[in-house]
Design a protein around this ligand. Structure first.
Ligand code: 6PG
Length: 467
């Protein structure tokens, strides 16, 4: 009988393949499985093993039972498939082949509620289930991803030795990997990560668009602006790649100009928007970024409307300094994300530490940045991002310029969904008396829903004189 391997990886798409190569680089023995589909997916695992030398001792499979049988007990099987019913299907197929205490891991972008349900139903069958949010894209998977683990704690103790080896390391050499709680905790944190990612990307796109029509601007000058910001506290992975993207040319023309202006999404942005709404946790930057993608998808309607409703752009506005606005909005975006996590900590009783999550996100992940490293250092002494003194300083120095950027964008007819959402949130959350008393009066007027009075000592419903 052949010696059994340590891990099984199921699904040889780009993420499954690159994680396998990362495991193999760490000397971890592997069984690799990919389904057989006549004509389209044949001998996929074998072909990968032949292509990548680091995989040469891995075992290829197209039969699920032989794949499972090749893994040592308790089995550690990482499923790398797209989120959705396909995960339930593969779990159903694999369960009869497993033994109690085997560990199944979903490393895709599954919804945290699905992961929570799978965790409970597999626990009843004695199978240990982990849902891991994996960030870093294909390069992260290969060189070191950020790993957000949730599910069976005992299973984490067994797999953590290997996960810590493949994970990215932060500036102090600590692995960007951690156990965040039972059920869907890992996928919840990954979902919030993606919400922050959406808003980070949208903010860069807005700054880009604000710069574009300016007389002194061209793609090269914007690229240089982003490059210069990379040497400051604004540094981030997403800003870096944006600057690089602008440098690509084809036949002397900027390549970016050839790309259709319709942004796609795979669902996590909608989940985080819905989760924020259901939990009552304001996350309007992520929401704005998602809706900006939705709006972009109506391309022919936008074109038609642009003729019907021409912009009243003014030429008499000067381009203000954008950096402080960009920085303030990023801090607010991170604030909203960490607030969602803080709230989930109480709702789901997950042992989430904001400092630890900032560490996990500080390397390997798509939202790694200088800011994330700074937040990691500041969290032990602050309950929220908005309490942190660098944020207070930024606002006191940059609020006027932030207003100027908004005025400029309105003057130029440029939509700024995220920058204005940040402004509206900030203005609302720092407003001593909101207009909500009128809402309460309206609710009472038409529905006798009642309200509290300002000087009321104990909770109790009051009704207005209109009752
Ligand atoms: C990551 C990313 C990744 C995500 C893509 C695509 O952290 O590596 O979040 O997991 O799938 O960014 O997401 P959208 O298609 O929704 O933009």
């Amino acid at each position: 009988m052949n010696k059994k391997v340590s891990w099984g990886v199921l699904g040889m798409g780009v993420m499954g393949l690159n994680l396998s190569r990362n495991f193999a680089d760490q000397g971890i023995s592997l069984a690799l499985y990919n389904r057989f589909m006549k004509g389209s997916e044949e001998q996929v695992a074998l072909k990968k093993i032949k292509t990548y030398p680091e995989l040469n001792s891995a075992l290829p499979f197209e039969s699920l039972d032989l794949f499972v049988a090749a893994i040592e007990s308790p089995r550690k099987i990482l499923i790398m498939l797209p989120a959705g019913p396909i995960i339930d299907k593969i779990i159903d197929d694999i369960i009869p082949l497993l033994d109690e205490k085997d560990i199944l891991i979903d490393g895709g972008n599954s919804h945290y509620n699905d992961t929570g349900k799978r965790f409970l139903s597999l626990a009843k069958k004695g199978i240990r289930f982990l849902g891991i949010g994996i960030s870093g894209g294909k390069i992260g998977a290969l060189k070191g991803p950020s790993l957000m683990v949730g599910g069976d704690r005992k299973a984490y103790h067994i797999v953590s030795k290997d996960l810590l080896k493949i994970a990215a390391k932060n500036i102090n050499g600590k692995p960007c990997c951690g156990y965040l709680g039972s059920g869907g905790a890992g996928h919840y944190v990954k979902m919030v990560h993606n919400g922050i990612e959406y808003a980070e990307m949208q903010l860069i796109a807005e700054i880009f668009e604000i710069c574009l029509p300016h007389a002194d601007s061209n793609l090269e000058s914007i690229q240089n602006l982003f490059k210069s910001w990379q040497n400051s506290s604004s540094e981030s992975y997403l800003l870096g790649i944006s600057s690089e993207i602008l440098s690509y040319k084809q036949a002397g023309e900027p390549y970016i100009n050839r790309i259709l202006d319709q942004a796609s999404n795979k669902g996590t942005g909608a989940w985080v928007t819905a989760s924020g709404a259901l939990a009552g946790s304001p996350n309007n930057l992520m929401t704005a970024a998602l809706h900006a993608r939705f709006t972009s998808s109506f391309q022919s309607l936008r074109k038609k409307n642009s003729i019907e409703y021409p912009s009243l752009a003014s030429n008499n506005v000067t381009l203000p300094n954008l950096k402080k606005t960009y920085d303030i909005c990023r801090w607010i975006n991170h604030h909203q994300g960490f607030e969602m996590i803080q709230q989930a900590k109480d709702t789901y009783k997950w042992n989430l530490s904001l400092e630890n999550i900032a560490l996990i996100w500080s390397e390997g992940s798509i939202i790694k940045s200088k800011l994330m490293n700074q937040l990691k250092l500041l969290f032990p002494d602050a309950n929220s991002v908005m309490e942190m003194s660098p944020f207070k300083k930024l606002v006191s120095k940059g609020q006027k310029e932030w207003m100027d950027v908004l005025i400029y964008s309105i003057g130029k007819g440029i939509p700024t969904p995220c920058i204005s959402s940040a402004w509206n949130y900030f203005k609302a959350i720092t407003q001593a008396r909101s207009s909500a008393y009128l809402i309460q009066a309206q609710r009472d007027f038409f529905g006798s829903h009642g309200f509290n009075l300002i000087d009321q000592k104990e909770e109790g419903k009051n009704h207005g004189p209109w009752a």
